[in-house]
Design a protein around this ligand. Structure first.
Ligand code: SF4
Ligand code: SF4
Length: 274
């Protein structure tokens, strides 16, 4: 018996306009190509993974802050193996480490003020080291004539950070805002590398690494170690915490508003360097 009703399969509807525009052979070639990509996807090589955090015993004093701040339980304290007077040392479980850098942000030895030319903290990310970040800060310093000079820190792969960079902002990316040891902010302002700092991070509950925004807020508020130094003017540090993918998120507007605030302060003759 001939079918009385022919139901449309909505899933395939997107191909119909192409049938009108292309030859049948071209449409089949496209569909076979897409199917082939989907079929071989499980066997395609994985995206390049960042290497896990590494401990440098020479610089680890056994303070345990990295253990307290790692959101993934990837660091533990173990008995010291190098014969120094410290009882314990940090040890990273590379199977659990997601290379977020929050442990580096917690480590007191990850300060950019260290005079050693090679900045090697007690714990660090081999693919985005504390020394790399310090070098980026120095290299991104704008001439004093750029008024006001705002340095933006954004999360790696954050489309908003990329958008701000395209808009002409001075952007440095790190794994997460919690990757930044707070002395980096002191370093930027006290060494006059910028007049203000904008942190472009994710709102509570949206941090890819769970606690990056929370730890950053607490460190800047001097409620959590390592605390921001008291001499650092926190009004020159703007936290732009927004939910990623939010339609209301407009990093360019936030950036311009912060610049305007700084510009007003400079015009009022307020000292912008500490
Ligand atoms: S925070 Fe740094 S110094 Fe402290 S235990 Fe961890 S690696 Fe060692
Ligand atoms: S990089 Fe992240 S996951 Fe790995 S040890 Fe440090 S805080 Fe934990």
């Amino acid at each position: 018996m001939a079918p009385q009703v022919l139901r449309l399969d909505w899933f395939y509807l997107h191909v119909y306009p192409l049938i009108q525009m292309w030859s049948p052979g071209a449409v089949w070639a496209l569909l076979i190509g897409i199917s082939g990509v989907i079929i071989i996807a499980p066997w395609s090589p994985p995206a390049k993974e960042l290497r896990p955090a590494v401990v440098d015993l020479e610089n680890c004093n056994g303070c345990k802050r990295c253990v307290d701040d790692c959101p993934f339980g990837a660091v533990e304290m173990v008995p010291r193996t190098d014969g120094t007077s410290y009882a314990q040392q940090a040890s990273v479980n590379s199977d659990l480490c997601v290379s977020c850098g929050l442990c580096v942000g917690a480590c007191p030895t990850a300060t950019p003020f260290r005079s050693r030319s090679a900045l090697i903290p007690g714990i660090d990310l081999p693919d985005r080291s504390a020394a790399d970040i310090r070098q980026d800060i120095v290299e991104h310093a704008e001439p004093v004539s750029a008024n006001p000079r705002v340095l933006v820190f954004g999360c790696e792969d954050d489309r908003e950070a990329a958008r701000l960079r395209r808009a002409g902002a001075n952007v440095i990316t790190v794994m997460c805002m919690g990757h930044l040891q707070p002395s980096n902010f002191d370093f930027v302002l006290s060494r006059n590398h910028a007049d203000g700092i904008l942190l472009l991070g994710c709102q509570d509950g949206n941090c890819n690494y769970r606690l990056g925004a929370e730890w950053t807020e607490q460190r800047i508020a001097r409620e959590r170690d390592p605390r921001l130094r008291k001499r650092t003017d926190t009004t020159k540090i703007a936290l732009a915490w927004q939910a990623p993918w939010s339609d209301h998120r407009d990093p360019v507007a936030m950036y311009e508003a912060f610049r305007a605030t700084l510009r007003d302060r400079l015009a009022e003759g307020e000292a912008v360097t500490s």
